[in-house]
Write a protein that binds this ligand. Structure first.
Ligand SMILES: [Zn+2]
Length: 264
């Protein structure tokens, strides 16, 4: 039994919380006061913010693990009996470990056209995207998101945000002040790590990785192009949040053209 767009829950993730398509097109896009608070708890209790520059990979993984769990608790994750869950499980079969990464790939039953990845290998693909994309185009998205993980884009962003937080905390010497700054700055902090756009350079790197992924797995590499062309077509219409996105970001058209050139 299939689900139409209309039956997919939107209540868990609204446009206010997610910038439509930002994850796939230019960056990751999720935010939420509760998530930010969770991160704040870690920052406040596990380690002083002033020591942020010394966070290890293992410690940062704790942050991402908590953010992933928090996001999954707030969004409807497609289970093994759900058609979206079954389709994505089939498309991502064998990718539990890929290129040295432990990956956790699941679908959210949310109608936005979106996807995101975190440095701990969490990859979430939205049902709204799966409705629009062929199997190979979804595989391109998976490859693109693996690329963001493999090239450590979110990890670098986390490091940068932690260091900016550390710089802020210099102004406040008392521990309570540090915690207060951490809390009051968390919205911005969380947005820096998760909600901000990836740079075009990072998008190109993720696209390049996706192309290698498609070729490595023997999938149709043309799907990289057609997926981006679909995004371009969607963003060109009256796509609500998409219109706002395209007002401030380069269109996927150039990325599609670039990918086509690499394939031909
Ligand atoms: Zn991307």
């Amino acid at each position: 039994m299939g689900r139409s767009n209309n039956t997919i829950s939107r209540k868990a993730v609204s446009r206010r919380d997610f910038t439509a398509m930002a994850a796939l097109l230019g960056g990751m896009s999720l935010a939420g006061p509760a998530s930010a608070q969770s991160l704040g708890n870690i920052l406040g209790s596990a380690k002083k913010v002033a020591e942020a520059s010394s966070y290890s990979d293992a410690e940062m993984r704790v942050f991402f693990d908590q953010m992933s769990a928090d996001m999954d608790s707030k969004n409807p994750v497609a289970g093994p009996d759900d058609p979206y869950g079954q389709r994505l499980a089939a498309l991502s079969s064998g990718l539990e470990n890929y290129d040295g990464l432990d990956l956790d790939i699941k679908a959210y039953l949310v109608s936005d056209v979106n996807a995101f990845a975190m440095a701990n290998g969490t990859i979430r693909i939205f049902a709204g995207l799966m409705d629009q994309f062929t199997d190979d185009e979804v595989r391109y998205v998976i490859g693109h998101e693996i690329g963001h993980v493999q090239r450590e884009h979110t990890k670098k962003r986390m490091q940068g945000a932690l260091q900016r937080e550390a710089a802020l905390s210099v102004a406040g010497t008392a521990d309570s002040k540090v915690n207060a700054i951490a809390g009051s700055e968390l919205g911005k902090f969380f947005g820096d790590v998760i909600g901000a756009q990836h740079s075009q350079k990072h998008e190109r790197q993720a696209d390049d990785y996706a192309l290698e992924f498609m070729q490595d797995k023997g999938y149709d590499a043309q799907a990289c192009v057609t997926a981006l062309e679909k995004l371009e077509a969607m963003s060109g219409g009256s796509g609500g949040g998409l219109a706002a996105w395209t007002a401030t970001h380069p269109s996927p058209k150039a990325r599609a053209k670039r990918m086509r050139k690499k394939i031909d």
